[in-house]
Write a protein that binds this ligand. Structure first.
Ligand SMILES: [Zn+2]
Length: 448
């Protein structure tokens, strides 16, 4: 079997691996390249392979940097099968449609051709089959099995076998234990492994402190009669926040202030979460059996329409507003920031990574004045960040994922990382005694 690293080599985003067992060409992931403009431009380049020759795509999870180029693959001739877990399929449909909307606006703004359109997304969805963990999918001579990667709901590591050679694709690995999705499974036994390295050079803050910090901020905001703004990522981070808010309210640790979930995408994603409670960890399933709603409480209002969103303004402080986008680069959060960034009683709480050049990053870096919708706005509110909401494993967890079943490993490919990749590669060699490489883009290896 041959593997080619068509994306995700030396970069966190754009995961795309081509496998050829001599009979069928298949892919694992087909992700969008995200980040700097020069890098994003590569999404418009032709694929390294002929999409019409690809028989199947196995998807690890529904983040756009793993699924975002599927509609383009379809547009360029792919008509094979797509496999993933069932939640990944449903989340992907929502996220692809949402990204199409953003791409459409960007295409007009930057006068560039559309990467794909709605018809391509519809086409992709007709080819997609959702399954479960530990079920073996047979396709040609390939056998694929999904293991819980603990990263986002439905995320999987894939063990792929063909011609008696087993290769494991980590996908993105979670920061375990995470509420709701629980603990990731360790790497299954294999001959070759691809391991992600987003945080291959980092160590996270201890888990379990996020709820306490969140509680403290809410109490401060309530006492100061301010507004707590949380720019949130629609997927995972929002559900994690809702889950913790629900616990704080039900345990009477915070007063019942109005909470608004002001993101249509996050509202829809939460509905998919509720549909797949069989993927939740035991603790969450027990809570559901007791009649507890994990992502809902009396003082929560989900504002789907623009009119409902505008009505948030007429609700007096204190209040909590969770709105997208997570890096304040677009979305409804901008309307709230326009209004409350100048308010010294209010707080902006940052719960995720803020990329260089984003508005969220500028505020976090201490800019005292920013531009929102062509208006210069002073930043007088409190600005706080919580790091513990990361959905990625750190270096220690990455090594722990690999070590129990690494005896038969012949080579490790360290992928989906930038500064993290060479550091993790060295650690794998030193601590696990395995041969490890950081492959280059379009580099091919024999898996024998
Ligand atoms: Zn991911």
């Amino acid at each position: 079997m041959k593997i080619t690293f068509c994306g995700g080599a030396g970069a966190v985003t754009g995961a795309n691996y081509l496998l050829d067992d001599g009979r069928d060409k298949i892919l694992v992931d087909c992700g969008l390249k995200q980040g700097e403009a020069v890098f994003e431009k590569e999404n418009w380049k032709p694929f390294f392979y002929n999409p019409a020759e690809i028989k199947a795509v196995f998807i690890t999870h529904s983040h756009l940097d793993h699924i975002g180029l599927l509609p383009k693959l379809f547009r360029d001739g792919f008509r094979g099968k797509i496999f993933s877990t069932a939640p990944t399929k449903d989340f992907s449909e929502l996220l692809l449609k949402d990204s199409q909307h953003i791409l459409h606006e960007d295409a007009i703004k930057f006068k560039r051709p559309l990467l794909y359109d709605e018809k391509d997304i519809e086409g992709v969805m007709t080819l997609w089959e959702g399954g479960g963990y530990h079920q073996t999918i047979e396709f040609g001579k390939y056998k694929a099995t999904y293991y819980n990667a603990g990263h986002i709901l439905g995320s999987g590591s894939i063990l792929m076998e063909s011609n008696k050679v087993k290769t494991v694709f980590s996908g993105d690995l979670g920061n375990s234990p995470a509420p709701i999705i629980g603990v990731k499974e360790v790497m299954p036994e294999a001959h070759y492994a691809l391991i992600e390295s987003t945080y291959g050079n980092r160590f996270h803050e201890p888990q379990g402190q996020t709820k306490e910090i969140l509680k403290k901020m809410i109490l401060e905001t309530v006492h100061g009669h301010g507004v707590l703004m949380i720019p949130a990522f629609a997927m995972e981070r929002t559900q994690h926040l809702l889950f913790e808010l629900q616990e704080l309210i039900n345990n009477h640790e915070i007063p019942r202030v109005p909470v608004f979930l002001d993101s249509p995408l996050a509202i829809k994603v939460t509905t998919v979460y509720e549909r797949y409670s069989n993927y939740f960890d035991k603790g969450s399933q027990q809570m559901i059996q007791k009649g507890i709603k994990l992502f809902d409480f009396e003082s929560l209002k989900k504002t789907l329409t623009t009119t409902e969103s505008k009505e948030i303004n007429s609700v007096s402080a204190p209040k909590i507003v969770i709105a997208g986008a997570g890096m304040s680069h677009a979305g409804r959060i901008l309307h709230h920031e326009l209004r409350y960034l100048p308010d010294p009683r209010s707080t902006l709480l940052i719960v995720g990574y803020q990329t260089e050049g984003s508005l969220g990053r500028a505020i976090l870096d201490g800019e005292r004045e920013v531009t929102i919708m062509n208006e210069r706005i002073p930043v007088r509110c409190h600005v706080k960040a919580i790091g513990g909401y990361s959905a990625h494993a750190d270096q220690r967890q990455l090594l722990e994922w690999m070590s129990p079943n690494s005896k038969k490993i012949r080579k490790v490919f360290v992928v989906q990382g930038e500064e993290g990749a060479p550091v993790l590669r060295q650690k794998i060699e030193e601590e696990l005694g395995l041969e490890a490489v950081v492959p280059e883009t379009n580099e091919e290896y024999d898996l024998i």
